[in-house]
Design a protein around this ligand. Structure first.
Ligand code: ADP
Length: 677
């Protein structure tokens, strides 16, 4: 007998009253109508199982109208046991009831309807006997329990979800009494269900946070949900657990709030992870900023100070220091270079000589020394002349030392860290400091190179200054003799040659002066000797002298007649004007004139020099004022590319502005403005 069939008790089995009722009412048209219209599905079969009657509710439930006298048992529907396995039609409850001659209390089956939908049914088959107690037929009531089953399944799923959740799911009533407690809650708080159900929720709340419960309950009473409220709760034994709480009101079937369900998530791991992330971020930022600082900075002292400060902070050391691998004035090796977290005097008391065994290992390139308790190190405190460490020595217990090794392999120095407590430095600290030491070594190598380049550059400037002076002396003599010769020469050809030579000497002189000026600018030694004068006068003088020596171009001067008093270095401004005017002539070989304007507006005086020469492209204009720059079109014209660089420097030093407007092949207008006194 299948498990789902439960035999009826003896009296009910042969209950003739049922038979009597059916037979007596069988002819009653009202009763027939009542059965037919009943919302409960009913049908009957003869003793061989052929369907003899069914009502409309049965048709609806089956989804098909059976054929009287043809369909058997359960209407030849597909039927299944509650576990889903198929049930042969001749073993269906109706068939078995007829075959075995005994009725059953109820049987649970699942039917598949013609449209392939499934329904869960409770079947109540009953036998009908004649007067001789012989089975003449059977009838059955079908009760659709699909909805109820679905609810049960849903409930079972929900229970399984609640039980398998990692979160603690707890419910309580409005008085705060715990009414349910899942496995997650047990894991988080350590209490079993028996230990908590019926207890007040304050069991889990730290004393200082008890007022939170009032807030929670008042929210719940007013139907409000609380989302992801982060707080602290107490686990069994008083351990504090950081949790995130989501609390929702629980309502009864009439919608009244009767309690609350709480989901408590243990956020210790998340908080720990956040802490780790923040720590890493802080480290990354510090590394980044040290990296930037040390590569932007070429000064050894400040590079090392930054490195020492940052690494002391990152390792959590009580103090840190960088010792240079060098001798100091007293012949003491390993000079203290930079220090962080301790006064310098503390290190002065660092045993003498400093090359103790522990310390020296770093400078010998033996790698990183890290110790949780350096006082236990055999190399510690056994160095002559001391027995033990000298008095006043910093109380180092945790010790970390990282060598700073140059690209060439030489040990530049070492970074040392100490802490008075045990086991402060970790492998991570070791890695961090090692990577910073590597960057620092590169920066130190660079700064050494930079110092060398600076020294070389100073030597070069010195050389140029000396060479210019040496070149100028014989030139001055040559010039003097040529002038004497010029005065005594009567022959026009001779005079012409002397003047041409004088001209070239003048050019050479100017070139040497430019070179000398450049080296002065580089060395920051170009001095200005400022006086008050009128720029107009100077400009007119320069034009006049230039016009005198240069016959190829007429210099046309335009003037607004305003005073142009300035305070400036007259000689340097003459140099600037000459540079611009000579360039205008030089770079307009096909033109016969250049134009000059002098204008005063808005507290400024502006000189504009226009030529109709080769012009300059936009790209060329951008580079024009840099040292040794010569535009492509200028290569057939003599020059060194120094004049404009010098001119700009002179104007800049007078708080002026200089610029150009030009177009290739269409000439250029150079201008500069200076503040009027
Ligand atoms: P140099 O004339 O000795 O080459 P400058 O510094 O005076 O040096 O000028 C730099 C470059 O600027 C010149 O080589 C030339 O290419 C360009 N330049 C200067 N003045 C003019 C101008 N008036 N017209 C066109 N190009 C010019």
């Amino acid at each position: 007998m299948p498990e789902n069939l439960t035999p009826l008790s003896a009296e009910t089995k042969s209950d003739k009253s049922i038979t009597g009722q059916v037979t007596s009412h069988g002819t009653d048209p009202d009763f027939k109508e009542f059965v037919h219209a009943s919302p409960i599905a009913l049908y009957s079969c003869d003793q061989r199982g052929y369907i003899t009657y069914f009502n409309e509710a049965a048709v609806k439930l089956w989804g098909r109208r059976p054929e009287i006298g043809r369909d058997r048992w359960c209407g030849s529907w597909k039927i299944y046991y509650p576990d889903g396995s198929p049930m042969p039609p001749d073993t269906c409850p109706m068939a078995r009831t007829l075959k075995e001659g005994q009725a059953f209390e109820s049987a649970e089956i699942t039917i598949e309807r013609p449209d392939h939908t499934f329904r869960r049914l409770l079947v109540f088959p009953r036998l009908i006997f004649d007067e001789k107690n012989i089975i003449i037929s059977a009838h059955s009531t079908l009760v659709d329990i699909t909805g109820q089953k679905q609810d049960e399944e849903k409930q079972a799923i929900l229970t399984a979800i609640v039980e398998s959740s990692d979160d603690g799911i707890i419910s309580k009533n409005l008085e705060g009494i715990i009414t349910s407690w899942n496995t997650g809650a047990r894991r988080i708080f350590g209490y079993t269900e028996e230990e908590t159900i019926g207890k007040h929720i304050s069991l889990l709340i730290p004393e200082t946070l008890l007022q939170e419960e009032d807030m929670i309950i008042s929210n719940i009473r007013s139907g409000k949900k609380i989302d992801h409220y982060e707080t602290i709760r107490l686990a069994k034994g008083g351990r504090e657990v950081p949790i995130s709480l989501t609390i929702s009101p629980v309502k009864d079937s009439r919608g009244r709030i009767i309690g609350a369900s709480k989901i408590a998530r243990n956020i210790s791991e998340r908080l720990h992870a956040e802490q780790l992330i923040n720590q890493s971020l802080y480290r990354l930022n510090t590394l980044n900023s040290i990296g930037k600082a040390i590569f932007e900075n070429l000064d050894v002292q400040s590079v090392l100070q930054k490195v020492t400060d940052a690494t002391t902070k990152l390792t959590g050391a009580a103090f840190g220091a960088f010792f240079n691998n060098a001798l100091d004035e007293q012949g003491e090796s390993y000079m203290l270079f930079t220090l962080s977290g301790a006064p310098r005097e503390a290190f002065e008391k660092f045993g003498m000589p400093r090359n103790t065994d522990v310390f020296r290992a770093t400078f010998l390139g033996e790698g990183v020394v890290r110790s949780d308790d350096i006082t236990k190190d055999l190399r510690y405190g056994h160095n002559a002349p001391h027995k033990g460490m000298p008095k006043g020595h910093l109380p180092v217990v945790s010790y970390l030392a990282v060598p700073v090794i140059s690209n060439s392999g030489a040990v530049i120095g070492g970074l040392f860290f100490g802490h008075p407590e045990l086991g402060v430095f970790t492998e991570e600290h070791e890695d961090l400091v090692s990577s910073i030491a590597l960057q620092a070594a590169i920066a130190l190598d660079n700064s050494k190179l930079f110092e060398e380049v600076k020294a070389l550059s100073a030597k070069k400037d010195e050389f140029i200054a000396l060479a210019s002076h040496e070149l100028k002396t014989p030139l001055t003599t040559i010039k003097g003799y040529l002038q004497v010769l010029d005065r005594s020469e009567k022959e026009p050809v001779g005079k012409l040659f002397i003047n041409k030579t004088l001209n070239q000497v003048e050019k050479l002189n100017a070139l040497i002066s430019d070179l000398l000026d450049i080296s002065k600018i580089e060395a920051g030694k170009l001095r200005l000797d400022k006086i008050d004068f009128d720029l107009r006068e100077l400009l007119l003088e320069v034009i006049e002298s230039l016009q005198h020596t240069n016959k190829t171009h007429r210099i046309l001067f335009h003037d607004d007649g305003q005073p142009a008093k300035i305070r400036a270095d007259r000689q340097r401004l003459e140099q600037a004007l000459l540079n611009l005017l000579i360039n205008a002539i030089k770079y307009s070989p096909k033109a016969d004139h250049i134009e000059v304007w002098l204008e005063t507006t808005g507290g400024e005086v502006t000189v504009r020099i226009r030529d109709e020469g080769i012009g300059l492209s936009h790209a060329q204009q951008k580079k024009l004022f840099t040292r040794f720059y010569r535009a492509e079109g200028a290569f057939r014209i003599a020059g060194l590319g120094l004049g404009l660089y010098l001119t700009k420097d002179i104007i800049d030093r007078h708080q002026g502005r200089i610029g150009v407007a030009s177009e290739t092949g269409k000439g250029s207008t150079f201008f500069f403005s200076l503040p009027i006194k």
